[in-house]
Design a protein around this ligand. Structure first.
Ligand SMILES: [Zn+2]
Length: 220
């Protein structure tokens, strides 16, 4: 039944005049990045896998706080973190990335396959699809066009995968103790403020029909 309704939704979406194009501009995903991603899954989440595949359960919204599409892309493109030194003790040398990058004009770019792990949210990368938005600083706030594109993407992804949660990056630590939270190190956290709760609430309100689960309100 669910499959049929999803199919109908897909058809309706296809026929809709507001359908948006997703432009593929793949970041480097070479053998080194594949190995570092598998190493991340093993070391951070104790998941031993032959491939860096994920089962999407969540969409995490972000802003890059980088002022252009080009510079945002460049930040994600290389396989390793800019200052990584393999000989030093570290969490992981895998560079950060995201599945989607939405420019200020609302254009949607896909940087990598939707079911390959991207490093964008501590604890949850094994199940989270990331959407990054160019900007987010005081001088370059997120735009209405980006909001519309994020709503479009959540519709697209929730129609394709069993997505239970749509969250802002700033909410991620609320999942500590949740069954989806797999980070092994209690000391590995970074404080996040992106992409602002106003933006997140607007996306959630516009996608209510999917009945996403509520984000945990306090640490469990
Ligand atoms: Zn973020």
């Amino acid at each position: 039944m669910k499959k049929i309704s999803l199919l109908l939704w897909g058809l309706a979406l296809g026929a809709c005049s507001t359908q948006k194009e997703i432009v593929d501009i793949p970041i480097i995903f070479d053998e080194q990045r594949i190995e570092l991603t598998k190493e991340y899954l093993l070391n951070r989440y104790e998941l031993e896998q032959d491939t860096p595949e994920i089962t999407p359960k969540m969409v995490v919204l972000h802003w890059t706080a980088i002022p252009s599409l080009k510079k945002s892309f460049e930040a994600f493109n290389r396989s390793t973190l800019p200052n990584w030194r393999p000989d030093l003790v570290n969490v992981s040398g895998l560079n950060v990335s995201s599945h989607f990058l939405v420019d200020q004009d609302g254009t949607i770019y896909r940087l990598m396959p939707e079911t390959t792990m991207a490093r964008h949210t501590i604890g949850l990368n094994h199940c989270a699809i990331g959407i990054e938005n160019v900007g987010g600083t005081e001088g370059l706030p997120l735009t209405k066009k980006q909001l519309r594109s994020n709503i479009y993407l959540v519709n697209y992804l929730a129609s394709k995968y069993d997505i239970d949660y749509v969250i802002g990056h700033q909410e991620y630590t609320l999942f500590e103790g949740h069954p989806l939270w797999l980070e092994v190190d209690d000391g590995y956290r970074t404080k996040k403020t992106d992409p602002g709760m106003d933006f997140v609430e607007k996306v959630r309100n516009a996608t209510k029909k999917f009945n996403f689960k509520p984000v945990p309100t306090k640490k469990q």
